[in-house]
Design a protein. Sequence first.
Length: 476
Amino acid sequence: MTLIPELTILQPADKEQIDLPHTLEDEWAAGKKRLYIESYGCQMNFADSEIVAAVMRNAGFATTSSAADADVIFLNTCAIRDNAEQKVRHRLQHLTGLKRLKPELVVGILGCMAERLKTKLLEEKVVDIVAGPDAYRDIPKLVEEAESGQKAVNVFLSRDETYADISPIRLHSNGVTALVSIMRGCDNMCSFCVVPFTRGRERSRDPHSIIREAKDLFDRGYREVTLLGQNVDSYKWHDELTDSQANLSLSFAGLLEMVAQINPDLRVRFSTSHPKDITDEVLHTIARYDNICNYIHLPAQSGNSRILMLMNRTYDRAWYMERIDRIREILGDDCGLSTDMISGFCSETEAEHQDSLSLMDYVKYDYAYMFAYSERPGTLAAKKYADDIPEDVKKRRLSEIIDHQLAHSARRNQRHIGQIQRVLAEGTSKRSDDFLSGRNDQNKVVVFPKGNYQKGQYVNVLITECSSATLRGEVV
Ligand code: SAH
Ligand code: SF4
Ligand code: F3S
C-alpha cells in the first residue's frame, strides 16, 4: 500500500504512485495549433513541461488539456525505474490509436527516457520527435520537421543550459504554489541511478533570474515556491561584474535566504537535499526564517553502511544519523522529515535490510518514498554488481519498509493533534467542496471546513484528527 495524500502534491522523488490530474489550461485562441503535454517522473520534469509550454507558446501554439483535441502531443518521460518506462510504452500504444484517426498528429517523447534511449525510441512508429532535457529551445524546429514528415531528434546535453530567461507557463499550478528550478543535472554518481546520464552535468541557475521569477510569482498571488534541484545543497553561484558592489557569491543557504527575504508571506520549500552535502548553515537559515518551511526531504536509500558504499552515496549510516541529530538539534523535533528507500539493492542481506528498518525506527520519518531496486542499463551498479535479489524478496522487504513507514507516519501525525497549525490553503478538498485543503509547515496535508476562506490564504487550524496521510481540524 502506498500513501496517497489528499492533495496532489508533486513530490520530490516519484510521482508515479500518485495519479496526477492534468490541469493544463485550455486555450482556444482562434487559428492556433494545440499542444497537449503529459508529465511523468519527478518535480523537475513537471517544471520542465512548463518551460516547454512557454517555448511552444512563443512559437504560436496554444495549450489544451485534452489529448484528443491536440495537434501535438508531448510525453515528458521518466527513466528512473523500469516501471516508469513501461508506463510510457503503454501510453504510446494508446496514442497509436489516436494517430490512426488523425494521421497529421505529431507525437514527441521528451525528458529522461528520450535522453536514455535516443533514436531507439523511433522504433515506436508513433513517435515523431525525441528531445532530451537540454534541447527544449529547439522544440519548435523539431515540430516543424515532424510536420514536414521527417523524424526529428535532439538529445544533446549542455553544460550551461538552465532556461533561466524563460518564464514558465504554470501548467500544473493551483495558483498558490509553484515550482522554481534552481539547478539542472547531477554530478553525483549513485551507482543505481540513471539521472546523471539523462540530465547531464550539474549547473546552477543565475540567482538574479530565480529571485525575479519568485518575486513575480508572489506579485501574481502565489504564496509558496519550491526550489528544485537533484542536489540543492551543491547550488553555487559567483558572478563577476565590473561594479564590485554587485559581485555575488552564493551557496544554497545564501540563495534560500534571498528567496525568503522576498516577503514573509511567501513560503519557501526546497528539494532534494543530499545527506553528504546538507550544511548546518542551511539548517540555521531554515531556523532563522519563519517562512522557510520546517521540512527536509533527506533520502537515505539504505540504513546499512556497506550497501551505502556500494550505492556510492559517499556517506555511511553514522554520518546520516549525525545529520538527523543535527536537524533535530537545530530545528527541533517538529521539523518534518522524509526519505527515499530502496529495497533489495545488489547483494543486500536480510541483516542489511534490517538496518534500513532500524534506521527508519531511529528517525521516524513523517513520510517516505519507497521502491524496489530496478536495475538501469548503463549505471555503475548494472556494470559492477549482479542484480541478485529475487523479485519476491525485494517485494517482501519493500512491504516491510512500507509497514514501518505507515506506523511512523501515523505516529508523527498524531503528535499534531491538539496543535494549532498555520496552513496555506491550496484549494477545495478532493472529497468535498465544503472543505479546503492545504499544507502545514511540515508539508502535511490539512483539511478543514471552508467557511469564508479561500485558496491562497493562511489559516490557523486546530488539528482534531488524523490518518496516516492527512490531518483534519477546525479553523480557530
Ligand atoms: N536526487 C535525489 C533522488 C532522485 S531519484 C537524491 O539523490 O536523493 C528519486 C529516487 O528514486 C531516489 O532517491 C531513489 O530512492 C529512487 N531510485 C533511483 N534509482 C532507482 C533504481 N534504479 N531503482 C529503484 N529506485 C531508484
Ligand atoms: Fe541520482 Fe544520486 Fe544524483 Fe540523486 S544524487 S539524482 S540519486 S545520482
Ligand atoms: Fe526525474 Fe525521472 Fe528524470 S525522477 S530526473 S524524470 S529519470
